[in-house]
Design a protein around this ligand. Sequence first.
Ligand code: NIG
Ligand code: FE
Length: 416
Amino acid sequence: MKILIKNIKKLVQVRDEHIDCVKGKDMALLPCIENAWLAIEDGLIAEYGSMDDFPGISDWRNLEIIDAANKLVLPSWVDSHTHLVYAGSREGEFVDRINGLSYEEIAARGGGILNSAKRMQDAGEDELIERALVRLNEIMLQGTGAVEIKSGYGLSLETELKMLRVIKRLKEISPLTIKATFLGAHAVPADYKGRKEEYIELVIQQMLPVIAEEKLADFIDVFCEQNYFTPEETIRVLNAGKQYGLVPKVHAEQLSNYGGVKAGVQCGAISVDHLEYVGEEEIAALLNSSTMPTILPGAAFFLSLPNPPARKMIDAGLPLAIASDFNPGSSPSGNMNLMQSICCVQYKMNPNETINASTINTAYAMCVGKELGSITPGKKANIFITKEISGTDFIPYSFGSNLVDSVILNGKIISR
Ligand code: NIG
Ligand code: FE
């Protein structure tokens, strides 16, 4: 099957050659072709160019033609941080926060991650798959074409495995590109209260070997934070994961400046995520690393946290990625377009920066840069066509609207 998209008002994020990531001043540059065409073949991006040089159609067999007049074509969003397999919503905690409690106070009362862990224990795999598919479908229609999903609401051998098996099944049945992260060290479960060391041993000695054996995860992650896991514990867990071939990530500096970024950089983490409390030392550490700083504006917004210093990081020359953190507690939305709007309005990122941060840079953070994140010959044809809009600035400007008209994943038209 071949698809030809013609008369595209603007083909966005065109990179003739693959690049790993975009950083510093370059984040404001977004290469585009005006009045363009794009050919898709065998699930891949085949060719593109300006309509002025359109070579014409030599073979009409098996060809679907889409006219994208007044519309933009972009590579699908890559969402490199979510917890979208979960068993129940937590709007009660949302109301508690409105009434004055903090995320930490709610967690201390058994809410937060432990609340989701309690519900996860009793949930069946089929039910989890069904609910996750609804969420995947929702983000797919909002332009997301690849997503990372974490475990971490299991917190026991059996339930962490259940979550990861659900994610494995989602990889098989969803048209989205999915990567799995083992987040056993998300919180100390209630039955290990006061016995954190024993729980860490369970994660390292019992969970990891089975997860590696069954190839259930691509990444390993730790919530490095007061009352969760210290930087030293984070390093231990990440290094253990590395022994099994898992790539490290860290939940870092979300609620305090606690050392997660440095721990991640020390372990060669592919990304450190959240970053509300990043300071000069963390920026310096990141500048000497290959770790992608990733901000999660949905969580910062929803928990009323301080803004992560996005502008400062970019101006210091760093790359930056934006992910949704889609989860029931701190970010019950996977809408990448909304995440970009928050970054523009609250953090003073410009629209081009947010588009680079949600495509090439998140593809890097998900280790799928060679196949996704830009319009590049040979990359997977995961793209979306917008409604009729004026240009790329209109995307974060129109917060709350869904501007996605058609979705193509793996070279197949998913919605139109
Ligand atoms: O990324 N920070 C830790 N973990 C999640 C929140 C999980 C939850 O509250 O359920 C996050 O924000
Ligand atoms: Fe998270």
